[in-house]
Structures are given as C-alpha cells and as structure tokens.
Design a protein around this ligand. Structure first.
Ligand code: NAP
Length: 532
C-alpha cells in the first residue's frame, strides 16, 4: 500500500493533519490503534474527565462552518462530548474512509534507496509512504507507579488513561486513588460521593483553580459564534492556552507586573479570575511565572482559599503545596477541596506515610497501617512528550533508532522535525508549544506548516532540519524556560516525573506569535532545512 503520507493517531492533531494534507491533494491515510477517533479523549474515560479550557476555544477554528454548526452543551465539555465532537468532525470533513482503526503502528523505517517510509501496523500490514506524520499525543503513554506488589493487587487496578470502556464498578466500594494532579483531582471530586470509602494517596499537593463549569447559555454561545474571528485571532496572539474567553467575556492577558498594582488591585484581579473560573490565573499579570516576588503574591492569595474550603485545618495544610503556583500545570477543580470535608474521604500524605507495598487486598503503608481496597486508581500521569513516539520503533537514516537518537533528551526543530529522520513530522509533539498553548490551534498551524514544506519539495524531495537550526531551537527553548520559575519545580513539564528519563526541556514557553514567526523564517527559502 503506497501512499504520499501516513498519519499516525486520530486525536485532535492527526485528524487536523489528515484533513489539511488531503485538502492539499496528497494521498494520505491515518492509522489509529483504538477502534475510533478521539486520541486522548478516546482513552481517558475516567469519571469526571473533562476539558479545562472552554470548549468554545478548545475546538477547531480552521473552518467557520465547523465552529458555527457545532453546539457545546457545557462551558467545559466532558470526555464523551469531546469524543462525539471529534466523531462529528471526522464525518463532516469526510475523513473516515481514510482512517484505519484497530491498527496500532509498531514500527517505521526509512529506506534511503526508496526515499520512503515503511510503516508496520496491526498484525502484519505494511504501508509505504513518502512522508510520515506522528500525531501520537503529548500525554498518551500512561505510567504506572513502581510500587512493590502493585501487579498483584487483587481488586480492580486501573490507570485513568486506560479506563475500561465498560467502566469500573465504584458504587459502595472501597477505592484508593494514587495521584493528585489534573486527572486525580477530576476523578476524586467525581467519585467521592459515590464510593463507600475513598483514600487519596498524595505525594505532592497541587494548586487547583475552580473551573465553575455550567450548562451552555444560548446567549453566550451566540456571542462567541459572532465573535469567533476575533477570539481565534487573540488565541493565536496571546501567550498561554486558550482563556481568551473568561466568564462570558473576551479578556486579553494583563501584561502589567503584579508588583506595579496596588495590593487592592492585585487581590481584586486574582479574586475576579478565581470567581470567573478556569485554570488561567497566570494571566492576571505579566510576571507571575517569572518573578518570585510576584509569584509570592499569588501564593498569599491562594493559601487562604484552600484553608477556607477545607474544614479540617490539618488536612488543609497537607493540601497546600510547597512549590510555587503556576510552576506545574494547575488542575481545574469543581468541588475537589470540599471532597475532603466528607466523612468517607481520607487524605494520606505520602511524605508522612509512604506506601510500603501493595498486596492482594490493599495498600500497606511503610509504618505498617493496612488500607483495604476494592479498587486502586492510578492517576499517575504519562511519559510526556516523547513517550508515545518512542513506543514505536522508528528508524531513520542508517537505521538509527529514535530512542538512541534522543538518548540524552529529545531534539526536535520547532517541535516538528528531528535530524536524521527525513520526511518525518510530529504534530503537537515534544519541544513544540503544545503544552503552554492551545493544542487544537497548534495542530492546525503545524499541519499547514508541514503541508507548506511538502509543497516546496517537488515530486521526490527529501527534507530534514539543519543540525545548527535544531541546536539553536533547543537552546532557545532552554533559554526561555530559564527566564521562568518552572525549571525549579519537578513535574512532567520538566520531564522529571518518570524515573530514569533525562531531565529536558520538552516545551516551548514563548508566545505563539514568535513561534509562528520562527516557523515562517524556517520556511523562507527553506533556510532551516537540508533538502535533497
Ligand atoms: P501528572 O500531572 O503527571 O500527575 C501524576 C500524579 O501522580 C501526581 O500527583 C504524582 O505525584 C502522582 N504520582 C506519580 N507517580 C507516583 C508514585 N509512584 N507514588 C505516588 N504518587 C505518584 O498526570 P495527570 O494528572 O494525568 O495530568 C497530566 C496532564 O494531562 C495534565 O497536567 C494536563 O495537561 C493533562 N490533563 C488535562 C485534563 C483537563 O482537564 N483537560 C485532565 C487531566 C489531565 P508527584 O506530583 O509527586 O509526582
């Protein structure tokens, strides 16, 4: 089966890439290991999974017809609705016939003589293509904790990102959740009132911001639809993911220093965002993530919020993080802190009482306490950025493996291409703006960049980035992160969440406008590429 392009992954990124490349006249096919579209929104079926960027922004903006025709039922859509949306888009754009489901890609190798990728998929299928696009997701390789005895747990053991399609029985059962970041927070607040007993195993507390979800108001929907050009423009020009929309208004980021504002102005700005809802507190001022003094002001605002929401003050103290606000991805919450006021919910602080082992009937803490469990939920995150790509045995020029090529850390020019892997492209991949920006907006931009690059190669050209352009890009990422407080905190943002993974900068933290300018310069005369 010989094609122009093989796209891997039917999430937001892959669907977008397939559409753009097919519209350009390329013969593109998409391979997906799941039996339907959705990507991260296919796999993360855990109770309470929902977006935390407003759905009217966290959606495709490349077609006015799509954004005018679709109606979201809530301000922040739940996982089933996002999946339905992606299904609808797939059919609306006529893409389904060009997708192969239940077709996991296991390997891909570049043949220099044929100037093609040979892609192995499913049981024994092989696809040949001139170009390979990996849209395998930034957060799609789940990581289970390395706890002695975990595989021998006798109840239901489940990772949030591999939630069984037919669900897990939770009502009236004793449930433990390991992990208290975005996924853990969503599942904990959702199931607290359903289960008989909930034990939350927390290693690191996080600063959570209230989402304030609500049913979609028809007047608000009409307002957004009438203002989409401006909203999408601002989304491209404003740093950070989404959040141009705030509480029914278009609210650009305040660029002032938090220290320039008076104390009353500062608190009013924080309070307004807290009440408006959403994870974008960082947009209240321009320097909350770069100035320790400004960041201290946000912490001073947030600590009393947690203390006021949680009745037991010892529990509240455990829920207040040590790290600085905004230096990790903040979870959005809807009743998370209040869940700890319930009699059936216990917080186990693993810094005080580490887990010793897991046995068939539950968790044994290092101090000897036994916690009997019927269900153990691991909301323990992902091998971010590189994990999903490296699950595939990708081999470039001279048979070099991607894992070997990135042994000391990923190096991906613009987050799209890496040296020695000709005609291989990533969408929403490592070292792109995917994490600190809106993934759907980025997916479209990158798909069009890839399309433009392909368009300049002629009928048989082969392209890879110049080594010096890639070095410069990676150094630029590091320099941008070094201007922020982020490198001082461990999390998946700094690749510090997976034991043994080299600490590396996986994210572009600059503005999208600068990213777009750099990408444009790279295309100009193909200055950043070697074409042969
Ligand atoms: P995560 O941010 O990596 O959090 C993993 C959690 O598991 C952390 O609390 C971590 O503790 C804990 N953990 C990991 N290994 C552990 C161990 N061995 N023992 C005890 N605790 C352990 O993963 P996530 O919550 O799945 O979120 C990942 C990202 O996905 C988010 O940041 C967000 O970008 C995205 N997401 C978005 C939404 C949404 O609302 N749209 C929802 C879910 C996820 P430590 O902090 O101590 O490592």
């Amino acid at each position: 089966m010989d094609r122009d392009v093989v796209v891997v992954g039917a999430g937001f990124g892959g669907i977008n890439a397939l559409h753009v490349l097919r519209e350009q006249g390329l013969d593109a096919v998409l391979l997906e290991r799941a039996d339907g579209v959705g990507g991260t929104w296919y796999w993360n079926r855990y109770p309470g999974a929902r977006v935390d960027i407003e759905s009217m922004e966290y959606s495709y903006g490349f077609s006015d017809e799509l954004q005018q025709e679709w109606s979201w039922s809530e301000r922040y859509a739940g996982q089933p609705e996002v999946r339905r949306y992606l299904d609808w888009v797939t059919d609306r754009l006529g893409l389904r016939d060009h997708m192969r489901f239940s077709t996991p890609v296991t390997g891909a190798s570049w043949s220099e003589s044929a100037r093609r990728w040979r892609v192995r998929a499913g049981d024994s299928e092989t696809y040949e293509a001139r170009f390979l696009v990996l849209a395998t997701g930034f957060l799609s390789a789940p990581v289970l904790p390395d706890i002695p005895g975990l595989p021998g747990f006798g109840g239901d053991l489940v990772h949030t990102a591999a939630w069984p399609a037919d669900g897990v029985e939770l009502a009236g059962r004793r449930v433990g959740v390991i992990g208290t970041a975005a996924s853990g927070v969503q599942v904990i607040q959702e199931i607290a009132s359903v289960v008989e007993r909930l034990t939350v195993f927390q290693r690191t507390a996080n600063w959570c911001f209230p989402l304030r979800n609500r049913p979609m108001d028809p007047g608000y929907e009409a307002f957004v639809k009438a203002n989409y050009p401006e909203i999408r423009r601002l989304a491209r020009e404003t740093p950070g993911p989404g959040a141009v929309l705030m509480d029914g208004r278009i609210v650009p980021t305040d660029r002032r220093s938090a220290l320039e504002a008076t104390s009353a102005e500062r608190v009013a700005a924080f309070e307004w965002r807290w009440n408006a809802g959403g994870v974008h507190m960082g947009r209240s001022f321009g320097d909350l993530i770069t100035s320790e003094a400004a960041n201290d002001e946000l912490r001073r605002f947030l600590e009393p919020k947690i203390r006021s929401l949680v009745h037991d003050q010892e529990t509240a103290a455990r829920l207040i993080p040590d790290h600085r606000p905004l230096t990790r991805r903040p979870p959005g919450e809807s009743g998370y802190y209040e869940a700890f006021n319930r009699d059936n919910v216990e917080l186990v602080d693993l810094r005080e009482e580490p887990i010793g082992s897991v046995g068939p009937s539950g968790v044994r803490l290092a101090g000897g306490r036994e916690i009997g469990l019927d269900v153990l939920v691991c909301a323990t995150g992902f091998d971010s950025g590189t994990g999903a790509v490296l699950r595939i045995d990708v081999r470039g020029r001279d048979g070099v493996g991607l894992g070997e090529h990135w042994a000391d850390g990923a190096r991906v020019h613009l987050g799209i291409m890496t040296t020695r892997f000709p005609n291989l492209f990533l969408v929403n991949g490592p070292q792109s703006p995917a994490v600190h920006f809106s993934p759907p907006v980025l997916a479209d931009f990158q798909s069009r960049h890839i399309g433009a690059l392909i368009g300049r190669l002629g009928p048989s050209g082969v392209v890879e980035p110049r080594e010096d352009a890639q070095d410069e890009w990676v150094a630029h990422l590091g320099a941008l992160y070094d201007k922020t407080l982020i490198p001082k905190t461990d999390s998946w943002w700094t690749a510090a969440n997976v034991p043994g993974k080299p600490r590396q900068v996986l994210n572009y933290a600059g503005s999208f406008a600068s990213y777009a300018r750099r990408a444009g310069r790279a295309l100009d005369g193909l200055a950043a590429y070697v074409v042969r």
